[in-house]
Write a protein that binds this ligand. Structure first.
Ligand code: 13P
Length: 378
């Protein structure tokens, strides 16, 4: 799937015109459409979102939107896929830019995962205790693999809840965690698992570069995937900020490296970061380790309460694919949607994200299980 070039007239649209068009379409379509915006989206997009959130909150909201015929997902491809998997058959999910993928999600390929699974099963003393868990930043095929093998999904905000449920049910469970090594390691460590009982599976290497002995000793096998944006944060940045101001608080996303997560004061998903800083004391100063758009928006909001918020790094730190969704693409998508609603035969929908029936069935098992466990712990 790829993005068709924007028609000339949308490339030339001024900001004001694009804003007017989107607002008009939103008004005309009313309850037939809902716009969801992930926290990493540009401000110009967030202003139109009916709901904003992290990936857990947005998947819960997507699953509740039974009245909306159209779900416009301003986020990345795996998020729109999850919304489609959870949607009713009469609902359609649209992504304003088809090239808005996620590098991390693409680091686990289904063929590689099947090979890994086979090798782990051969080398574990109790192969039936192996459970696959995938971060939602993964393809529908990987989610389906997990759903079909007794496993499930998690997000950065409920990863601990999911691990707790599995290890409480059977402390000898061995988790195969896909595809973000850092999230799996950071959360398992917080729960008391030892680093020397975590094995790193390198998909490019024969047998993942793991010996049968390492596999036998593992509580969790971590896939060697990572997010490029969260690799930009370092312990040196935290040390140097604390040297200048020992009072500063540091909060980072669990996709950051183990060393950074250990050096920080708090760890949290995008929604948890916003909540924690939102509840901070006036006069406090915060350094945040996640994508720039979220941090800048939070900094502006918190300034009013005399809470100072800054990005932990001085690099650009913008998620390139989230950034592809801009006013021009949203205006183009919304115009198309409005015309489609007037005459569905004459105007086909653009940018629909539709997961094939085959992966959908078991991917839904994996997502539903995650949502059920999360709801039961509230
Ligand atoms: P959240 O689950 O915190 O929204 O994170 C999603 C993501 O892709 C972070 O890089």
């Amino acid at each position: 799937m790829f993005q068709v070039p924007l028609p000339e007239k949308y490339q030339q649209l001024g900001r004001d015109e694009a804003v007017d068009r989107i607002a008009q379409c939103q008004q005309q379509l009313g309850d037939r459409m809902v716009i969801l915006g992930h926290h990493y989206q540009r401000d110009e997009i967030i202003q139109f979102a009916d709901f904003t959130g992290d990936s857990l909150k947005l998947s819960q909201i997507a699953a509740q939107q039974k009245n909306a015929e159209f779900i416009v997902f301003c986020g990345v491809h795996f998020m729109a896929e999850s919304a489609d998997i959870l949607a009713e058959p009469y609902q359609k999910v649209l992504l304003p830019h088809m090239d808005a993928g996620c590098g991390l999600a693409e680091m686990a390929d289904i063929g590689q995962v099947e090979q890994c699974w086979h090798y782990l099963q051969q080398n574990l003393p109790h192969p039936e205790k192996l459970v696959p868990v995938t971060y939602v930043n993964s393809t529908a095929a990987i989610k389906a693999f997990c759903g079909n093998h007794g496993g499930l999904c998690c997000t950065s905000s409920n990863c601990r809840v999911i691990f707790e449920a599995l290890w409480k049910n059977d402390p000898e469970t061995v988790i195969l965690f896909l595809p973000d090594q850092h999230l799996g390691r950071n959360i398992a460590y917080k729960m008391g698992k030892k680093l020397d009982r975590m094995a790193l599976w390198k998909p490019q290497k024969p047998n993942g570069s793991l010996s049968p002995e390492q596999i036998k000793n593992a509580d969790i096998v971590l896939w060697d995937g990572f997010c490029c944006i969260h690799q930009e944060f370092s312990v040196e940045q935290i040390k140097s900020a604390r040297a200048k101001n020992p009072q500063v608080k540091v909060i980072v996303h669990p996709e950051c490296s183990f060393e950074v997560a250990q050096a920080a004061d708090y760890l949290g998903s995008t929604e948890q970061i916003i909540k924690t800083v939102g509840a901070a004391k006036p006069g406090s100063r915060w350094l945040v380790g996640t994508e720039r758009r979220l941090v800048e928006r939070l900094a502006r909001k918190m300034m009013v309460e005399n809470i100072h918020v800054e990005l932990l790094t001085d690099t650009r730190c913008i998620c390139k694919t989230m950034n592809l969704i801009d006013l021009e693409h949203l205006a183009w998508l919304m115009d198309n949607l409005r015309q489609h609603c007037q005459d569905p035969e004459a105007v086909p929908l653009v940018n629909q994200v539709s997961v094939d029936e085959d992966p959908k069935r078991y991917a839904k098992v994996a997502l539903d299980k995650m949502l059920d466990i999360t709801a039961s712990t509230k």
